[in-house]
Design a protein around this ligand. Structure first.
Ligand code: HEM
Length: 349
Protein backbone atom coordinates (compact mmCIF):
# COMPACT_ATOMS: atom_id res chain seq x y z
CA UNK A 1 0.00 0.00 0.00
CA UNK A 2 2.76 2.38 0.99
CA UNK A 3 4.52 1.48 -2.24
CA UNK A 4 1.39 2.23 -4.23
CA UNK A 5 1.03 5.63 -2.58
CA UNK A 6 4.61 6.55 -3.40
CA UNK A 7 4.22 5.41 -6.99
CA UNK A 8 0.99 7.38 -7.32
CA UNK A 9 2.71 10.44 -5.86
CA UNK A 10 5.41 10.19 -8.50
CA UNK A 11 2.84 9.89 -11.26
CA UNK A 12 0.90 12.93 -10.09
CA UNK A 13 4.09 14.99 -9.77
CA UNK A 14 5.27 13.95 -13.22
CA UNK A 15 1.88 14.78 -14.71
CA UNK A 16 1.78 18.19 -13.04
CA UNK A 17 5.31 19.04 -14.12
CA UNK A 18 4.48 18.06 -17.67
CA UNK A 19 1.30 20.09 -17.70
CA UNK A 20 2.89 23.19 -16.23
CA UNK A 21 5.95 23.09 -18.47
CA UNK A 22 3.76 22.63 -21.50
CA UNK A 23 1.56 25.54 -20.53
CA UNK A 24 4.46 27.71 -19.44
CA UNK A 25 7.57 26.51 -21.20
CA UNK A 26 9.53 29.30 -19.56
CA UNK A 27 8.78 28.19 -16.02
CA UNK A 28 11.53 26.17 -14.48
CA UNK A 29 11.09 24.47 -11.15
CA UNK A 30 14.50 25.27 -9.90
CA UNK A 31 15.49 21.62 -10.33
CA UNK A 32 18.72 23.20 -11.34
CA UNK A 33 19.93 23.43 -7.78
CA UNK A 34 19.02 19.85 -6.92
CA UNK A 35 20.41 16.61 -8.29
CA UNK A 36 21.78 16.33 -11.77
CA UNK A 37 21.44 19.76 -13.43
CA UNK A 38 23.65 22.06 -11.41
CA UNK A 39 25.10 19.03 -9.70
CA UNK A 40 28.09 18.62 -11.96
CA UNK A 41 29.40 22.10 -11.32
CA UNK A 42 27.89 22.59 -7.91
CA UNK A 43 26.72 25.96 -9.24
CA UNK A 44 23.06 26.96 -9.26
CA UNK A 45 21.31 26.67 -12.60
CA UNK A 46 18.87 29.54 -12.18
CA UNK A 47 15.87 27.45 -13.10
CA UNK A 48 17.47 25.76 -16.10
CA UNK A 49 17.20 21.97 -16.20
CA UNK A 50 18.16 19.25 -18.69
CA UNK A 51 14.63 17.88 -19.15
CA UNK A 52 13.21 21.28 -20.10
CA UNK A 53 12.04 20.13 -23.57
CA UNK A 54 11.22 16.57 -22.51
CA UNK A 55 7.52 17.06 -23.22
CA UNK A 56 7.39 20.18 -25.39
CA UNK A 57 10.03 19.10 -27.93
CA UNK A 58 11.51 15.68 -27.19
CA UNK A 59 13.23 15.60 -30.62
CA UNK A 60 15.17 18.81 -29.97
CA UNK A 61 18.55 17.20 -29.17
CA UNK A 62 18.32 14.78 -32.11
CA UNK A 63 17.52 17.59 -34.53
CA UNK A 64 20.46 19.65 -33.29
CA UNK A 65 22.88 16.72 -33.55
CA UNK A 66 21.73 15.72 -37.04
CA UNK A 67 22.32 19.22 -38.43
CA UNK A 68 25.67 19.44 -36.62
CA UNK A 69 26.80 16.09 -38.02
CA UNK A 70 26.19 17.28 -41.56
CA UNK A 71 27.71 20.71 -41.05
CA UNK A 72 30.86 19.39 -39.35
CA UNK A 73 31.29 16.59 -41.89
CA UNK A 74 31.20 19.26 -44.60
CA UNK A 75 33.58 21.57 -42.74
CA UNK A 76 35.28 20.24 -39.58
CA UNK A 77 36.19 23.75 -38.41
CA UNK A 78 32.48 24.48 -37.93
CA UNK A 79 32.60 22.68 -34.56
CA UNK A 80 35.12 25.24 -33.31
CA UNK A 81 33.15 28.17 -34.68
CA UNK A 82 29.97 27.03 -32.93
CA UNK A 83 31.73 26.44 -29.63
CA UNK A 84 33.11 29.97 -29.76
CA UNK A 85 29.70 31.43 -30.64
CA UNK A 86 28.25 30.21 -27.31
CA UNK A 87 31.19 31.78 -25.44
CA UNK A 88 30.76 35.13 -27.18
CA UNK A 89 27.04 34.98 -26.48
CA UNK A 90 27.35 34.20 -22.77
CA UNK A 91 29.91 36.92 -22.00
CA UNK A 92 27.54 39.64 -23.25
CA UNK A 93 24.29 40.10 -21.24
CA UNK A 94 24.39 36.39 -20.37
CA UNK A 95 23.52 33.40 -22.57
CA UNK A 96 20.56 34.99 -24.33
CA UNK A 97 21.39 34.67 -28.04
CA UNK A 98 22.02 38.42 -28.25
CA UNK A 99 24.95 37.65 -30.55
CA UNK A 100 22.60 36.25 -33.19
CA UNK A 101 20.62 39.46 -33.71
CA UNK A 102 21.24 41.34 -36.96
CA UNK A 103 21.21 45.12 -37.29
CA UNK A 104 17.67 46.50 -37.41
CA UNK A 105 15.72 49.59 -36.39
CA UNK A 106 16.04 48.66 -32.72
CA UNK A 107 19.20 46.55 -32.70
CA UNK A 108 22.86 47.48 -33.06
CA UNK A 109 24.28 44.06 -33.83
CA UNK A 110 27.08 42.55 -31.74
CA UNK A 111 28.29 40.93 -34.93
CA UNK A 112 30.20 44.15 -35.65
CA UNK A 113 32.07 44.38 -32.35
CA UNK A 114 35.87 44.19 -32.39
CA UNK A 115 36.04 40.58 -31.16
CA UNK A 116 33.29 39.46 -33.55
CA UNK A 117 33.69 41.39 -36.76
CA UNK A 118 35.14 39.37 -39.60
CA UNK A 119 35.65 36.59 -37.07
CA UNK A 120 32.65 34.83 -35.51
CA UNK A 121 30.86 32.44 -37.82
CA UNK A 122 28.38 29.58 -37.87
CA UNK A 123 25.21 31.68 -38.10
CA UNK A 124 23.88 29.73 -41.08
CA UNK A 125 24.15 26.46 -39.17
CA UNK A 126 22.21 27.97 -36.26
CA UNK A 127 19.58 29.16 -38.78
CA UNK A 128 19.28 25.67 -40.19
CA UNK A 129 18.84 24.12 -36.74
CA UNK A 130 16.26 26.76 -35.86
CA UNK A 131 14.30 26.21 -39.09
CA UNK A 132 14.11 22.44 -38.42
CA UNK A 133 13.09 23.03 -34.81
CA UNK A 134 10.39 25.52 -35.83
CA UNK A 135 8.99 22.88 -38.15
CA UNK A 136 8.95 20.20 -35.46
CA UNK A 137 7.96 22.32 -32.44
CA UNK A 138 7.00 25.89 -33.35
CA UNK A 139 8.22 28.67 -31.07
CA UNK A 140 9.40 26.33 -28.38
CA UNK A 141 13.18 25.95 -28.44
CA UNK A 142 15.05 29.20 -27.81
CA UNK A 143 18.01 30.37 -29.87
CA UNK A 144 20.05 30.66 -26.66
CA UNK A 145 19.45 26.96 -25.95
CA UNK A 146 20.31 26.12 -29.55
CA UNK A 147 23.69 27.83 -29.05
CA UNK A 148 24.29 25.86 -25.84
CA UNK A 149 23.29 22.56 -27.48
CA UNK A 150 25.39 23.32 -30.55
CA UNK A 151 28.43 24.04 -28.36
CA UNK A 152 28.09 20.77 -26.51
CA UNK A 153 27.33 18.79 -29.67
CA UNK A 154 30.34 20.30 -31.42
CA UNK A 155 32.58 19.34 -28.50
CA UNK A 156 31.30 15.77 -28.50
CA UNK A 157 31.51 15.35 -32.27
CA UNK A 158 35.12 16.56 -32.15
CA UNK A 159 36.04 13.85 -29.64
CA UNK A 160 35.61 15.85 -26.45
CA UNK A 161 33.53 15.30 -23.31
CA UNK A 162 29.76 15.48 -22.97
CA UNK A 163 27.73 16.88 -20.09
CA UNK A 164 24.16 17.06 -18.89
CA UNK A 165 23.06 20.40 -20.26
CA UNK A 166 20.68 22.62 -18.29
CA UNK A 167 18.09 24.10 -20.69
CA UNK A 168 15.29 26.64 -20.59
CA UNK A 169 17.11 29.84 -21.55
CA UNK A 170 15.01 32.44 -23.35
CA UNK A 171 16.10 34.92 -26.00
CA UNK A 172 16.87 38.59 -25.47
CA UNK A 173 15.08 41.42 -27.20
CA UNK A 174 18.25 43.49 -27.05
CA UNK A 175 21.92 43.32 -27.97
CA UNK A 176 24.90 45.32 -26.76
CA UNK A 177 27.75 46.27 -29.05
CA UNK A 178 29.62 48.07 -26.28
CA UNK A 179 29.34 45.16 -23.82
CA UNK A 180 30.62 42.87 -26.57
CA UNK A 181 33.62 45.18 -27.03
CA UNK A 182 34.27 45.43 -23.29
CA UNK A 183 33.55 41.96 -21.92
CA UNK A 184 35.14 39.60 -24.43
CA UNK A 185 38.86 39.28 -23.69
CA UNK A 186 41.25 40.36 -26.46
CA UNK A 187 44.01 37.96 -27.57
CA UNK A 188 46.82 40.18 -26.30
CA UNK A 189 45.38 40.20 -22.76
CA UNK A 190 47.63 39.88 -19.74
CA UNK A 191 46.79 37.07 -17.34
CA UNK A 192 45.43 39.57 -14.83
CA UNK A 193 43.19 40.96 -17.56
CA UNK A 194 41.83 37.51 -18.39
CA UNK A 195 41.22 36.69 -14.74
CA UNK A 196 39.37 39.99 -14.22
CA UNK A 197 37.16 39.55 -17.31
CA UNK A 198 36.28 35.98 -16.31
CA UNK A 199 35.60 37.06 -12.72
CA UNK A 200 33.14 39.61 -14.05
CA UNK A 201 31.13 36.61 -15.31
CA UNK A 202 31.41 34.67 -12.09
CA UNK A 203 34.10 32.41 -13.53
CA UNK A 204 37.34 31.65 -11.68
CA UNK A 205 40.89 30.73 -12.66
CA UNK A 206 40.04 27.07 -12.98
CA UNK A 207 37.27 27.95 -15.43
CA UNK A 208 39.60 30.29 -17.31
CA UNK A 209 42.24 27.63 -17.89
CA UNK A 210 39.80 24.80 -18.62
CA UNK A 211 37.68 26.87 -21.02
CA UNK A 212 40.77 28.20 -22.79
CA UNK A 213 41.20 24.52 -23.63
CA UNK A 214 38.45 25.20 -26.19
CA UNK A 215 41.41 26.35 -28.29
CA UNK A 216 42.19 22.67 -28.86
CA UNK A 217 40.08 23.13 -32.00
CA UNK A 218 39.81 25.89 -34.58
CA UNK A 219 41.96 28.62 -36.00
CA UNK A 220 42.96 32.24 -35.48
CA UNK A 221 43.73 35.02 -37.94
CA UNK A 222 47.20 36.45 -38.29
CA UNK A 223 45.92 39.80 -36.98
CA UNK A 224 45.30 38.19 -33.58
CA UNK A 225 48.87 36.93 -33.03
CA UNK A 226 50.99 39.22 -35.23
CA UNK A 227 52.16 41.32 -32.29
CA UNK A 228 53.90 38.27 -30.81
CA UNK A 229 55.95 37.77 -33.96
CA UNK A 230 57.17 41.29 -34.58
CA UNK A 231 56.68 43.60 -31.64
CA UNK A 232 55.66 41.86 -28.45
CA UNK A 233 56.78 44.54 -25.98
CA UNK A 234 56.99 47.66 -28.11
CA UNK A 235 60.69 46.94 -28.81
CA UNK A 236 60.32 45.38 -32.27
CA UNK A 237 61.26 41.98 -30.90
CA UNK A 238 59.28 38.72 -30.97
CA UNK A 239 57.80 37.09 -27.90
CA UNK A 240 60.74 35.24 -26.35
CA UNK A 241 58.50 32.45 -25.07
CA UNK A 242 57.78 31.30 -28.66
CA UNK A 243 59.66 28.12 -29.60
CA UNK A 244 62.04 28.86 -32.53
CA UNK A 245 60.77 26.57 -35.30
CA UNK A 246 57.17 27.33 -34.40
CA UNK A 247 57.98 31.04 -34.55
CA UNK A 248 59.49 30.73 -38.07
CA UNK A 249 56.50 28.71 -39.21
CA UNK A 250 54.10 31.37 -37.95
CA UNK A 251 56.08 34.13 -39.67
CA UNK A 252 55.60 32.38 -42.99
CA UNK A 253 51.79 32.50 -42.58
CA UNK A 254 51.75 35.91 -40.97
CA UNK A 255 54.04 38.47 -42.63
CA UNK A 256 54.94 41.74 -40.94
CA UNK A 257 52.67 43.70 -43.21
CA UNK A 258 49.48 42.38 -44.78
CA UNK A 259 48.10 38.86 -44.53
CA UNK A 260 45.92 39.80 -41.57
CA UNK A 261 43.24 37.29 -42.54
CA UNK A 262 45.63 34.37 -43.04
CA UNK A 263 44.83 31.66 -40.56
CA UNK A 264 46.79 29.32 -38.32
CA UNK A 265 45.46 26.48 -36.14
CA UNK A 266 45.21 27.18 -32.42
CA UNK A 267 46.40 23.58 -31.86
CA UNK A 268 48.47 22.74 -34.94
CA UNK A 269 48.98 19.10 -33.91
CA UNK A 270 45.28 18.18 -33.99
CA UNK A 271 43.22 21.19 -35.09
CA UNK A 272 39.90 19.37 -35.46
CA UNK A 273 40.28 16.93 -32.58
CA UNK A 274 39.16 17.91 -29.10
CA UNK A 275 42.02 16.66 -26.90
CA UNK A 276 44.55 18.04 -24.39
CA UNK A 277 47.34 18.70 -26.88
CA UNK A 278 46.58 22.44 -26.58
CA UNK A 279 48.03 22.38 -23.05
CA UNK A 280 51.09 20.35 -24.06
CA UNK A 281 51.79 22.83 -26.86
CA UNK A 282 51.72 25.69 -24.37
CA UNK A 283 54.33 23.88 -22.28
CA UNK A 284 56.48 23.56 -25.44
CA UNK A 285 56.27 27.26 -26.37
CA UNK A 286 53.83 26.48 -29.16
CA UNK A 287 50.66 28.12 -27.95
CA UNK A 288 49.31 30.49 -30.62
CA UNK A 289 47.78 33.43 -28.80
CA UNK A 290 49.31 35.58 -26.11
CA UNK A 291 46.26 34.71 -23.98
CA UNK A 292 47.21 31.02 -24.31
CA UNK A 293 50.88 31.60 -23.44
CA UNK A 294 50.23 33.75 -20.36
CA UNK A 295 48.27 30.93 -18.71
CA UNK A 296 51.71 29.35 -18.26
CA UNK A 297 53.97 32.35 -17.80
CA UNK A 298 51.66 35.14 -16.58
CA UNK A 299 52.67 34.61 -12.99
CA UNK A 300 49.36 35.29 -11.31
CA UNK A 301 47.58 32.71 -9.18
CA UNK A 302 47.57 29.04 -9.97
CA UNK A 303 47.14 28.91 -13.72
CA UNK A 304 50.60 27.48 -14.45
CA UNK A 305 49.87 24.42 -12.30
CA UNK A 306 46.51 24.00 -14.01
CA UNK A 307 48.07 24.08 -17.50
CA UNK A 308 50.54 21.41 -16.40
CA UNK A 309 47.83 19.30 -14.79
CA UNK A 310 45.62 19.34 -17.91
CA UNK A 311 48.63 18.64 -20.15
CA UNK A 312 49.37 15.56 -18.08
CA UNK A 313 45.85 14.28 -17.59
CA UNK A 314 43.36 14.55 -20.44
CA UNK A 315 40.59 13.07 -18.33
CA UNK A 316 41.03 15.77 -15.71
CA UNK A 317 40.81 18.42 -18.44
CA UNK A 318 37.68 16.86 -19.97
CA UNK A 319 35.94 16.69 -16.60
CA UNK A 320 36.75 20.30 -15.75
CA UNK A 321 35.89 21.53 -19.24
CA UNK A 322 32.42 19.99 -18.90
CA UNK A 323 31.91 21.57 -15.47
CA UNK A 324 33.09 24.97 -16.63
CA UNK A 325 30.94 24.85 -19.77
CA UNK A 326 27.88 24.27 -17.57
CA UNK A 327 28.96 27.19 -15.41
CA UNK A 328 29.49 29.44 -18.45
CA UNK A 329 26.15 28.33 -19.89
CA UNK A 330 24.45 29.43 -16.69
CA UNK A 331 25.55 33.06 -16.94
CA UNK A 332 22.47 35.27 -16.37
CA UNK A 333 19.94 33.38 -18.47
CA UNK A 334 16.52 34.86 -19.16
CA UNK A 335 13.85 32.52 -17.78
CA UNK A 336 10.14 32.38 -16.98
CA UNK A 337 8.41 35.38 -18.56
CA UNK A 338 11.58 37.33 -19.35
CA UNK A 339 12.70 37.61 -22.95
CA UNK A 340 11.01 35.52 -25.62
CA UNK A 341 11.48 32.48 -27.84
CA UNK A 342 12.45 33.98 -31.18
CA UNK A 343 10.94 32.56 -34.34
CA UNK A 344 14.00 33.63 -36.32
CA UNK A 345 17.27 33.80 -34.38
CA UNK A 346 18.36 36.92 -36.28
CA UNK A 347 15.32 39.03 -35.37
CA UNK A 348 13.24 39.85 -32.33
CA UNK A 349 9.65 38.68 -32.76
C1 HEM B 1 40.49 33.23 -22.43
C2 HEM B 1 40.18 34.20 -23.25
C3 HEM B 1 40.04 33.99 -24.72
C4 HEM B 1 40.62 34.75 -25.69
C5 HEM B 1 41.52 35.94 -25.47
C6 HEM B 1 40.25 34.17 -26.95
C7 HEM B 1 40.62 34.68 -28.18
C8 HEM B 1 40.38 34.06 -29.39
C9 HEM B 1 40.81 34.57 -30.66
C10 HEM B 1 41.55 35.89 -30.89
C11 HEM B 1 40.45 33.69 -31.60
C12 HEM B 1 40.69 33.80 -33.11
C13 HEM B 1 39.66 34.74 -33.71
C14 HEM B 1 39.99 35.17 -35.11
O1 HEM B 1 41.11 35.02 -35.54
O2 HEM B 1 39.12 35.68 -35.80
C15 HEM B 1 39.78 32.60 -30.94
C16 HEM B 1 39.26 31.49 -31.55
C17 HEM B 1 38.58 30.52 -30.89
N1 HEM B 1 38.19 30.53 -29.58
FE1 HEM B 1 38.86 31.78 -28.14
N2 HEM B 1 39.46 33.09 -26.74
C18 HEM B 1 39.30 32.94 -25.39
C19 HEM B 1 38.51 32.00 -24.76
C20 HEM B 1 37.79 31.05 -25.41
C21 HEM B 1 36.80 30.21 -24.78
C22 HEM B 1 36.36 30.30 -23.32
C23 HEM B 1 36.33 29.36 -25.75
C24 HEM B 1 35.29 28.29 -25.64
C25 HEM B 1 35.09 27.57 -24.58
C26 HEM B 1 37.02 29.69 -26.96
C27 HEM B 1 36.88 29.03 -28.15
C28 HEM B 1 37.49 29.41 -29.32
C29 HEM B 1 37.45 28.58 -30.53
C30 HEM B 1 36.82 27.21 -30.64
C31 HEM B 1 38.11 29.32 -31.52
C32 HEM B 1 38.28 28.93 -33.00
C33 HEM B 1 37.08 29.42 -33.78
C34 HEM B 1 37.08 29.08 -35.26
O3 HEM B 1 37.98 28.40 -35.74
O4 HEM B 1 36.17 29.55 -35.94
N3 HEM B 1 37.87 30.72 -26.74
N4 HEM B 1 39.73 32.87 -29.58
Amino acid sequence: MAYLKVALGFLVTAFLSATVSLAHPGLGFGWGGVGAPGGQSGAPSYGLFPQFYQFSCPQAEDIVISVLEMAIAKEPRMAASLLRLHFHDCFVQGCDASILLDNSATIVSEKNSLPNRNSVRGFEVIDEIKAKLEEACPQTVSCADILAMAARGSTVLSGGPSWELPLGRRDSKTASLSTSNNNIPPPNSTLQNLITLFQRQGLDEVDLVALSGGHTIGVARCATFKQRLYNQNGNNLPDQTLERTYYYGLKSVCPKSGGDNNISPLDFGSPVKFDNLYFKLILWGKGLLNSDEVLLTGNVGNTMELVKAYAKDENLFFKQFAKSMIKMGNISPLTAFNGEVRKNCRLVN
